[in-house]
Design a protein around this ligand. Structure first.
Ligand code: DQA
Length: 150
C-alpha cells in the first residue's frame, strides 16, 4: 500500500508566528512548527508537505491541487476560518478528509472568532493547545485515515 500523504496548510499571518502576539500564539516559529510536524509524520510513517499563504485564492488553489496527491489535510486557515466560504467550499469540493487546527482556543476569544466556516465540513477541530494543536491534529487525522483503510 502507498504511504499516506498529508498536506498541512497555514493561512494568513501565520508566517509571523514567533513574533506575532506571542501572549496569544506563543514563541514557536512557523519553521519550528513545520519541523515538529515533519518529525511526527516520520514517527507515524506518513508523508507531509507544508505550505503557507496570506492569499485566499492561493489557498483555494492549493486545496484543489491536493486532489490525487494527498489523502488528508490539516488546516489552520487563520482569520479566513471566520470569513471564507471559498476555502470551505474548496475543502468540501475536493472531499479530502480535513482536520481544522488553531493555536489559540477560538471560543475563549472575541465573539467574531467563535464561528468557523470550516468546522462543519471538517472531521474535527483542535483549538487551544498552541503549537501542539498541529501535532494533535496530525495524530487525529492519521488515526482517522488508517481506520478508514488508507
Ligand atoms: C488562529 C485563530 C484565528 O482567529 C486568527 O485569526 C489566527 C490564528 C489560531 O491559530 O489560533 O490568525 O487561527
Amino acid at each position: 500500500m502507498d504511504q499516506i500523504s498529508i498536506l498541512a496548510i497555514h493561512g494568513p499571518n501565520l508566517n509571523l508566528l514567533g513574533i506575532r502576539e506571542p501572549q496569544t500564539y506563543g514563541s514557536t516559529t512557523l519553521a519550528q512548527v513545520n519541523e515538529s510536524l515533519q518529525q511526527e509524520a516520520q514517527r507515524l510513517q506518513v508523508g507531509l508537505s507544508c505550505l503557507q499563504s496570506n492569499h485566499e485564492g492561493a489557498l483555494v488553489d492549493a486545496i484543489h491541487q491536493a486532489q490525487g496527491k494527498h489523502q488528508g489535510i490539516i488546516i489552520n486557515a487563520g482569520a479566513y476560518t471566520h470569513t471564507s466560504v471559498a476555502i470551505r467550499d474548496a475543502l468540501a469540493g475536493v472531499a479530502i478528509p480535513t482536520v481544522e487546527v488553531h493555536l489559540s482556543n477560538i471560543y475563549r476569544r472575541e465573539e467574531f472568532r467563535h464561528h468557523s466556516y470550516i468546522a462543519a465540513i471538517a472531521i474535527g477541530q483542535i483549538s487551544g493547545f498552541g503549537a501542539n494543536s498541529y501535532l494533535l491534529g496530525l495524530q487525529a487525522l492519521v488515526t482517522h485515515l488508517k481506520s478508514q483503510g488508507n
